[in-house]
Write a protein that binds this ligand. Structure first.
Ligand SMILES: C[S@@+](CC[C@H](N)C(=O)[O-])C[C@H]1O[C@@H](n2cnc3c(N)ncnc32)[C@H](O)[C@@H]1O
Length: 258
C-alpha cells in the first residue's frame, strides 16, 4: 500500500472510531439528563403528578421533577439474588449502618425476594422484619426461602401501589433500590410516616444518579438532592447521608419527635 493510500485508510478508520466514541459519550450524556429536561406538562401547586411520553425505563409519570421508573418485575428476581451482588454492593454495610436494637420492628419496603430481609432478621431476634412488596410472586419466593431456612421473625405483607398496609409502631423503614419505582411515592410515604413511631427512621439506598457512568438504567438511580427534596416534602427530617457503599447513597431520615 502506498503511503498516501494508507494515510487515507487510517483517516477513515480514525474518523469512524471517533464517531463511535462521540456517539457513546452522547448516549451517556443523554442518560444522565434529568427527567424534567423532557417534561411536557407542568404541575400546578395542587397537582402532585404530571404526565409525559414515557422514557424507555419510565412510566411517564412525573413527581417533583423526576420520572418514576418502571417496576422491576419478578422475572428479574435472579438479578436480585446474583452471586456477585455481595461483592458489588456490600449489603452488610447497610445492615451495620442501621444500628438496630434487638427488639425493633423493621420494614423492608419493596423487599423483592428478601435479599435484605434475611440479613435484617438476625439483627432483631426479639423484634421482627415486615417484608413488603406489591408483587405476590416476589413474596412467594421470599416465603419459600423463609420456610427453607426456618426463619420466624419475618412477616410478608402484600402492599398495593399506593398503600404499604403497615401496622402502627414501626421503628425503621428500609428501602433498597425500591423507592424510585413507587407509582404513588407521596401516598406511600405519608402512610409510612403514620406507621412510624415518633423519632422512627426511614433509610434509602439508591444508586447514585450523579454518576452517568454507573451502569444502571437512568431512572433506577437517584441523586441525593432529589431524594432529600421528595422526602422532606412529606415531613421527614434528613439526618445524614452516608457514602460508604460502592454504588449507592445511603440516606437517613427521621419522623419528627412531635
Ligand atoms: C429493584 S427491586 C429491589 C428489591 C430488594 N429491595 C432488593 O434490594 O433486593 C424493587 C422492588 O420494589 C417493589 N415495589 C415497587 N413499587 C412498590 C410499592 N409501591 N410498594 C412496595 N413495593 C414496591 C417491586 O415489586 C420490587 O420487588
Amino acid at each position: 500500500m502506498k503511503t498516501s493510500t494508507y494515510a487515507i485508510c487510517m483517516g477513515k478508520r480514525g474518523a469512524i472510531a471517533l464517531l463511535i466514541m462521540l456517539m457513546a459519550i452522547a448516549s451517556v450524556m443523554l442518560q444522565s439528563l434529568p427527567a424534567y429536561a423532557f417534561e411536557i406538562s407542568q404541575a400546578s401547586p395542587e397537582q402532585v403528578y404530571t404526565y409525559r411520553r414515557p422514557s424507555s425505563d419510565g412510566i411517564g409519570k412525573i413527581y417533583m421533577g423526576r420520572e418514576i421508573s418502571q417496576v422491576m418485575g419478578h422475572r428479574g428476581a435472579g438479578w436480585l439474588e446474583r452471586s456477585s451482588r455481595r461483592q458489588e454492593e456490600r449489603p452488610w454495610k447497610i445492615v451495620d449502618a442501621l444500628e438496630l436494637n434487638p427488639s425493633d420492628t423493621v420494614v423492608d419496603l419493596g423487599a423483592g425476594t428478601g435479599y435484605l430481609t434475611f440479613q435484617l432478621a438476625p439483627e432483631v431476634p426479639q423484634g421482627k422484619v415486615l417484608a413488603v412488596d406489591i408483587q405476590p410472586e416476589m413474596l412467594d419466593m421470599l416465603t419459600a426461602a423463609q420456610q427453607r431456612h426456618g426463619i420466624e421473625n419475618v412477616e410478608p405483607i402484600l402492599a398495593t401501589v399506593d398503600n404499604p398496609h403497615l401496622p402502627l409502631g414501626v421503628d425503621y423503614v428500609l428501602m433498597v433500590d425500591a423507592y424510585h419505582e413507587f407509582e404513588f411515592p407521596r401516598e406511600v410515604m405519608k402512610s409510612v410516616i403514620k406507621s412510624l413511631n415518633p423519632g422512627g427512621r426511614v433509610v434509602l439506598a439508591e444508586y447514585r444518579g450523579e454518576n452517568p457512568f454507573l451502569a444502571i438504567k437512568r431512572l433506577h438511580k437517584m441523586t441525593e438532592r432529589q431524594v432529600k427534596k421528595e422526602l422532606k416534602s412529606v415531613g421527614l427530617e434528613w439526618i445524614k447521608t452516608e457514602e460508604q457503599l460502592p454504588r449507592q447513597h445511603l440516606l437517613f431520615f427521621q419522623k419528627p419527635e412531635s
